[in-house]
Design a protein around this ligand. Structure first.
Ligand code: ADP
Length: 347
């Protein structure tokens, strides 16, 4: 066999093997010209005009040639300037004197999950430290104030507040990590949204009464979605509680339930303090609070909206906000409407 034919054969054998494994690979000759590539490599856009499109991948190949050994690296990759950036794990290995095979794995999602997890753990540790050290200081103070009933009552009250805060933080962290893992708690069932809103209002009623806020909801619409009723109720409750907490006492909170095409919209409207545009982008992040000192008073954890966002995402929906400082906020939870059974089943 002529040398060039032999090279082509080795390359196509290697690629045929990768195709069986559904793997992404490219074989290059001594001039870094692509001899063969797997179909997934084409889909990913690794090759154009017979060359690797990524300068980082070409460098990896050169490094493998120079060092005469297999080199593996995590690299950023995007098909072109406009497409989404991916993180890839790439390995360049010498197949022969001239031939190098580049194996690529898209690890974007794994990397994102890993970063999210790291971030989450760091945030949690930080957030738990505050009430834990407060509790520890307060118990010391209690011991010192044992003969002073007034001080004793004061410290005991603070201790109760901090432990309540710790409890709510822990339960919200558990809820959030469960939702983030995509683990819907209950059955996926047909949920009557009016019913869920009524339940969420019920759960928020005590808080609203204690702050003299009136909640208005006209439960006349008949809209259903498919979902986890307890999770959706929790998400709606979080929105209502925020509307109550960030409003003046004796104000009103309105809840609307409407349809918009294929989506149902639950709107929670308040005339409270509002949120500036630059903060609106951040409030759905975990542990983010616009005013941490006010949040301490309201017992805020910065997790409520993050839970709403993940619950919405898990149901194929979204949550959006429209707000003006000093005027008020409207949070809208959009969820895909449950189609009639007859629509789902072809005749
Ligand atoms: P928190 O437990 O602190 O309320 P959330 O995740 O529910 O945490 O909300 C994040 C931040 O968004 C809050 O700290 C608050 O600053 C702001 N926010 C949420 N809802 C409202 C609202 N209805 N009006 C004004 N600010 C709000």
């Amino acid at each position: 066999m002529v040398k060039s034919q032999k090279i082509k054969q080795v390359a196509s054998d290697a690629i045929a093997f990768l195709e069986v494994l559904d793997a992404v690979g490219v074989v290059l000759d001594a001039d870094n010209q692509v001899i063969d590539q797997s179909s997934l490599a084409v889909q990913m856009g690794l090759v154009e005009y017979g060359k690797l499109t990524s300068a980082d991948l070409i460098n990896l190949v050169d490094e493998a040639r120079t060092n005469r050994q297999s080199i593996k690296k995590e690299l950023n990759f995007s098909k072109n300037l406009r497409s989404v950036k991916q993180v890839i794990s790439a390995r360049a290995t010498l197949l022969s004197e001239e031939l190098v095979i580049v194996l690529v794995e898209d690890v974007t999602e794994a990397k994102r999950l890993e970063d999210t997890r790291k971030d989450f753990v760091e945030n949690i540790s930080h957030e738990l430290k505050t009430p834990i050290s407060a509790i520890s200081l307060l118990t010391e103070a209690l011991q010192v104030a044992v003969d002073d009933p007034e001080q004793l009552t004061k410290f005991a009250k603070s201790l109760q507040r901090e432990s309540k805060r710790l409890g709510s933080l822990v339960s919200k962290i558990i809820e959030l990590s469960r939702i983030q893992a995509g683990d819907l708690k209950g059955e996926i069932e047909v949920c009557d949204l009016s019913q869920l809103v009524i339940e969420a209002v019920d759960l928020s009623q005590f808080l609203a009464d204690s702050r003299g806020v009136k909640i208005n909801f006209d439960a006349s619409s008949d809209i259903s979605v498919m979902g986890d009723a307890s999770l959706l109720t929790m998400a709606i409750k979080n929105l209502i509680e925020n509307a109550v907490l960030y409003s003046e006492s004796s104000s009103q909170v309105g809840i609307g339930l409407i349809t918009d095409g294929e989506f149902a919209e639950i709107q929670v409207i308040d005339n409270g303090i509002g949120i500036s545009v630059d903060q609106q982008e951040r409030i759905f992040e975990r542990f983010y609070r616009v005013d941490p000192s006010r949040s301490r008073d309201t017992g805020g954890t910065g997790l409520g909206l993050s839970i709403v966002k993940h619950a919405a995402n898990n149901h194929g929906g979204e949550v959006t906000v429209f707000s003006r400082v000093g005027v008020g906020s409207t949070f809208t939870l959009r969820l895909p409407i449950q189609k009639e059974q007859s629509d789902e089943r072809p005749e």
